[in-house]
Design a protein around this ligand. Structure first.
Ligand code: GLY
Length: 423
């Protein structure tokens, strides 16, 4: 099969690593890819939102199967475009990707189908939202309705912060049109867990759990980022919690989408809060999470391409999804200053240390070739991942490996996986 992967971050590098292993693959392309993915697939310089060029490229190269990984092209209907061209594509269609594309839609869906989540109100109008804050309880969570690079969520400790937040989202349009609507949500406390699942629209297969670290600085301080590191599995996600979630959250979500005429085929990422009242949905994503994918996929035993085909073909019930009985930790090496402002273009050295090692991975998130060298090309640069017999071993190995690679302005959190010690 000829396969095209759309995307170019650490998540896509982890996907590419598994796809490249599949005996079913003949030619493997990635658009646009990055300097790490280039060792696994032929990278083509087409952006993820250049739909016409992507479809034309797929036709020209006789692509049999496309994987659309990032949220923006999914929400804008790239899978539909490939389908119209007669090309099988993995990922939800536009009408199903709304599960992530509109927070107001997903909250209304959960309310309608009794899926546990925080209490909320949706607002189209800033004045109405401000009036609601007069009698609200704090802390409170404000969410821009649309996609905002994972940054459209504000946790406000008091009324003053919340008033400023409503202005930022709805009036100043800090997150662009994503802030035309807004969800105001009850603040939940507990442990956060990320659970990725495959679905073909009827059957759901649950991957191993993970936990992300979203804040830029140690001790969960600093600004929200796309994610500074992950570990898998989460020791807090017990078998009992898993059974509850399958019955009350995962399968009901797949069934609800089908009932709404929005059959979801692809990956649903359940962002959960394990509250004192039981697990509740914090957010849905309509795709693999990043950097969760960088700790989940290295532990997966199946042929990823076969699982993805089953999602598209409606045969997921025939797949026995299996993961290694081990653990993985990913530490993101970022450019100092991320997520606000940072310099790019610095040479990355030491990457060869990962070659030939089965339990160490260096996923490229923001890198490119320049003058024959690999240089930094983003806020998040590398995801250094290690597997181990247990979480503590994986964490020790991941931090050891962060020393092998270097670039100017290298920055990382030093407490990824700290929660492991509290389990
Ligand atoms: N790590 C969270 C996300 O992928 O949105």
């Amino acid at each position: 099969m000829n396969v095209l992967l759309v995307g170019g971050g650490g998540r896509e590098h982890a996907i590419a690593m598994q796809i490249a292993k599949s005996p079913k693959v003949d030619k493997f392309y990635c658009a646009p890819g990055n300097a790490g993915i280039a060792s696994l697939a032929e990278c083509v310089s087409i952006g993820v939102m250049e739909f016409d060029k992507l479809v034309a490229f797929a036709k020209e190269k006789a692509i049999d199967f496309v994987i659309v990984a990032p949220d923006d092209p999914l929400a804008a209907g790239l899978v539909d475009e490939f389908e119209k061209a007669g090309i099988r594509a993995f990922g939800p269609r536009k009408n199903a990707a709304i599960l992530e594309g509109s927070k107001a839609f997903s909250k209304d869906l959960m309310k309608k189908y009794g899926i546990p989540t925080a209490a909320y109100e949706n607002f189209d109008d800033a004045q109405a939202a401000l009036a609601y804050l007069e009698t609200a309880q704090f802390p409170i969570v404000l969410k821009a309705d649309g996609l905002a690079l994972g940054k459209g969520v504000l946790i406000c400790m008091n009324k003053e912060e919340a008033i400023a937040g409503v202005k930022e989202i709805m009036q100043d349009k800090k997150f662009g049109t994503a802030g035309n609507r807004m969800v105001v949500e009850q603040f939940m406390t507990g442990r956060e867990v990320s659970v990725l699942t495959f679905t073909d629209g009827k059957t759901i297969r649950v991957m191993t759990s993970a936990q992300d670290h979203k804040r830029a600085k140690d001790n969960d301080e600093g600004l929200n980022t796309g994610g500074m590191g992950t570990f898998s599995p989460s020791p807090f996600y017990t078998d009992e919690i898993h059974e509850y979630c399958v019955k009350n959250i995962y399968q009901p979500t797949v069934d609800a989408m089908a009932k709404e005429g929005r059959t979801f085929q692809g990956v649903i990422f359940f962002g959960l809060m394990l509250t004192a009242d039981g697990p509740k949905v914090l957010e849905y994503n309509a795709r693999f999470g990043d950097p969760e994918t960088q700790v989940v996929l290295p532990r997966m035993k199946n042929d990823l391409l076969e699982v993805m085909e089953a999602c598209v073909d409606g045969t997921l019930d025939q797949i026995d999804l299996q993961f290694e009985d081990n653990a993985a930790v990913c530490v993101v090496l970022a450019s100092d200053g991320y997520p606000v402002s940072y310099e790019k273009g610095f040479e990355i050295t030491g990457l060869e240390a990962f070659e030939g090692k089965e339990d160490y991975f260096c996923f490229h998130a923001g890198s490119k070739f320049a003058d024959g060298k690999i240089v930094t090309n983003g806020g998040r640069v590398l995801g250094v991942t290690a597997t181990g017999a247990d979480l503590k071993e994986a964490r020790r190995k991941a931090y050891e490996a962060t020393k092998w690679v270097n670039f100017a302005n290298k920055y990382m959190r030093n407490d990824i996986g700290k929660a492991i010690d509290e389990a």
